[in-house]
Design a protein around this ligand. Structure first.
Ligand code: C2E
Ligand code: MG
Ligand code: MG
Length: 706
């Protein structure tokens, strides 16, 4: 509105007053319209509203009060209305204000002042309009801000409050926060954060970034505060403007990123990097407090089998199961759980594959860790159903204790892993504490492996031979080749000390080929000297699985010239049982080449009769452990009887291993065992010594013949 062009309506029934108003206001540049009575004034205003209205009180049709009341009910509430009242008519002044008048001038008028009065009122009106626009503007801005905005005093008391409709911390309908403190309105933790932000703003003028969490029916929400201290009169308590932003979405995103970086997506457990960090933290804490804790390293036994036979989806399911069970065992609320006894707690992680770790904090002794390991073992044993099949998993666990087994996360983990390795080596499904001996052992093993790699080319292997006596004729019917290693600087080594290592590092294949060639050559030599004995050669599981086995057997036969039926291959049950599908056809192919097949160490493995039936075997060798019980141990006798009866029905020959006494030999002869082998007849001897044995045995047999 421009002051010079303001439009003013003057209502007065006195023509002289009309004239004087008009000229007095025109001097100030206003545009003046005149109404002669109240009804005329309303009519004119309605057809084209004015910036200000001046009303005489006594007018025909409608008096000034009535017009004032009408305008107040229909015009802009800020419209300035000036009433002209009698000088001493106090009641009329009061009535005017009651009807909504802005101001009054008293009659008789001072016409020289009236323009100033109007100008002043219009200026006030303009200020009011500006203020109203500013308030509207601010309201619109607030509406556009998605955050809650409030003002509080130094005690945290709400002075005013704005919050958008969808704000999750919105005050319940019908309740107001105004006048209440934050401590009354918010949960203690949130109120504490808000007050801390307030104190910071009090000192430094502003505070940003403080966050707090609130529970709501739709889930938890996070808020971030920006607080500004408001300038107040000196000596007055400061006020604060607080902006509270809903950052729940950002928090969710941060959480997700955190999850991806530090958690395993399959099981939801922390992953390797976060476990290592956690362990480092615990080391610092334990160092300060002088406490001990245990690091458990668990590996599922036979998991690879599940993955290979039932598929990866089943494998994943099994891992989730295992993770749940391990957590259950480690964190159990059961009163025997160490975690509850000591007031400490445990942290689980998945290291990758089927490897899991746990920290058992604040233990009193290694015994506490062993108890948790035992619990884990028991819980894991319960079978679970996978794709309709009942599957059982067992677990092997290695344990390292801080501080005795290491003072960094990496060392503790490595040592727990070493202990785990030893559990795996000694039959799995068990647990073990780390022992420094393991490290010595590991070094020795590495040396052994290194020496073994050179043993073949350095010609450090040799074969010894042990005769197998045919019960019916009393003659040496066959000879078993047994491997020896002349390791430099050491005593002669037996196969049990190095064959498992050779198996693990793949050296058993070239070594096995050497044994075959050597044994066939020696047997051929005996044959050419007139002692056509059969030669028995031991094969390990790895050799049995080798697709090159048959070709290498044929090659050894061809190179030596030994007839195939003079070669017997010995397998242990575990070697043939591991690979059921391919087993029968592999054995069949060997049989078709003409060689004989023997099952070694029978009775120590699965010994399933129905399974044996399907294998094309010639010979079953009863393990030494049963023979050593003869003739007195009733159970051993029964077992040997049973094996002989079973083999008879399957038309297989039976060899008794480890015959050490004449009583055992007598009994086995009476039981109609086919062949005997053992120290009673001869210890394993060199090839040259074997030649001598054959000469004597052959001569004895000839003498015995009719
Ligand atoms: P095995 O095939 O069961 O061989 C019999 C083992 O019992 C031999 O031990 C032999 O010395 C021992 N023995 C024989 N008679 C008696 C007896 O009356 N009393 C006692 N106490 N022991 C007796 P060795 O030579 O230490 O061989 C151990 C095992 O190593 C063999 O058991 C066989 O499984 C394996 N092995 C031997 N040579 C080879 C080989 O060339 N290749 C592979 N893969 N394994 C072999
Ligand atoms: Mg053998
Ligand atoms: Mg044996």
């Amino acid at each position: 509105m421009n002051a010079t062009t303001a439009r003013i309506l003057v209502a007065d029934d006195d023509p002289t007053a009309q004239l004087l108003f008009r000229s007095a206001l025109k001097i100030f540049g206003y545009e003046v319209s005149v109404a002669a009575d109240g009804a005329d004034a309303l009519r004119q205003f309605r057809s084209n509203p004015f910036d200000m209205v001046v009303l005489d009180i006594d007018m025909p049709v409608l008096n000034g009060h009535q017009v004032c009341a009408a305008l107040r009910s229909e015009a802009d509430p800020l419209l300035p209305i000036l009433m002209a009242t009698g000088m001493d008519d106090i009641k009329s002044v009061e009535d005017s204000y009651r009807e909504g008048a802005t101001d009054f001038i008293s009659k008789p008028m001072n016409w020289a002042l009236i323009g100033h009065r109007v100008k002043n009122l219009l200026r006030g009106h303009k200020t009011m309009l500006d203020l109203r626009a500013a308030v509207a503007h601010n309201a619109a801005i607030l509406q556009a801000i998605p955050d809650a905005l409030f003002e509080i005093d130094g005690d945290g008391r709400f002075l005013n409050y704005h919050e958008p409709n969808l704000h999750l911390s919105k005050e319940p309908a019908g309740e107001t926060r105004i006048g209440k403190t934050m401590a009354e309105v918010l949960p203690p933790a949130a109120a504490q954060v808000c007050m801390a932000a307030l104190r910071e703003a009090e000192r430094f003028g502003a505070s940003t970034g403080k966050q707090f969490e609130l529970q709501s029916s739709t889930g938890n929400c996070w808020f971030e505060l920006s607080v500004a201290r408001k300038s107040t009169e000196t000596g007055q308590q400061p006020h604060f403007v607080v902006l509270s932003r809903d950052i729940s979405k950002r928090k969710q995103a941060e959480h997700k990123i955190q999850q991806l970086a530090f958690f395993d997506s399959l099981t939801g457990l922390p992953n390797r990097p976060s476990f290592l960090k956690r362990t480092e933290r615990e080391i610092k804490r334990a160092r300060r407090s002088g406490q001990q804790f245990a690091l458990l390293f668990a590996d599922l036994d036979g998991f690879k089998n599940i993955n290979d036979t039932l598929g990866h989806a089943a494998g994943d399911k099994a891992l989730q199961w295992a993770a749940e069970r391990l957590s259950e065992a480690v964190r159990s609320n059961d009163p025997i759980a160490i975690a509850d006894e000591s007031g400490g707690h445990a942290e689980m992680a998945r290291m990758g594959g089927d490897e899991f770790t746990a920290l058992i904090l604040n233990i009193a002794s290694a015994q506490d860790a062993l108890r948790v390991a035992q619990r884990i073992r028991e819980v894991m044993r319960k079978p679970f159903v996978l794709g309709g099949l009942e599957v059982a998993l067992s677990v092997s666990i290695g344990i390292a204790i801080y501080p005795q087994d290491g003072d960094t996360a990496a060392t503790l983990l490595k040592n727990a892993d070493t202990a785990l390795y030893h559990v795996k080596q000694s039959g799995r499904d068990n647990f073990r504490l780390y022992d420094t001996v393991f490290t010595t052992f590991a070094r020795q093993r590495l040396e052994l492996e290194a020496d073994l790699r050179q043993a073949l080319e350095r010609a450090e292997f040799s074969l010894v031979y042990q005769p197998q006596i045919d019960v019916a004729s009393g003659r040496i019917q066959s000879v078993e080749a047994l491997l020896r290693w002349h390791r430099p600087g050491r005593e002669l080594m037996k196969p049990s000390e190095f064959v498992p290592v050779a198996e693990e590092c793949g050296l058993i294949l070239p070594i096995g080929r050497w044994v075959l060639a050597m044994a066939c050559a020696d047997a051929m030599q005996w044959q050419s000297e007139g002692y056509p004995v059969r030669i028995a050669v031991n094969l390990s599981a790895t050799q049995f699985k080798d697709p090159e086995l048959l070709p290498s057997v044929l090659e050894a036969l061809a190179n030596s010239g030994l007839p195939a039926e003079r070669l017997e291959l010995e397998f242990t049950e575990s070697a043939v049982i591991e690979n059921t599908a391919g087993t029968v056809s592999a054995l069949q192919a060997l049989r078709e080449s003409g060689v004989q097949l023997a099952l070694d160490d029978f009775g120590t493995g699965y010994s399933s009769l129905s399974y044996l039936k399907r294998l094309p075997l010639n010979n079953i060798k009863i393990d030494r452990s049963f023979i050593s019980g003869l003739p007195d141990d009733v159970e051993s006798c029964a077992i040997v009887h049973a094996i002989l009866a079973m083999a008879g029905s399957l038309k297989m020959h039976v060899t008794a291993e480890g015959v050490e006494t004449s009583a055992q030999a007598e009994l086995l002869k009476n039981m109609a065992c086919d062949q005997l082998q053992g120290y009673y007849f001869s210890k394993p001897v060199t090839a040259a010594e074997m030649t001598e044995l054959l000469k004597r045995n052959g001569a004895a047999a000839e003498q015995a013949a009719p």
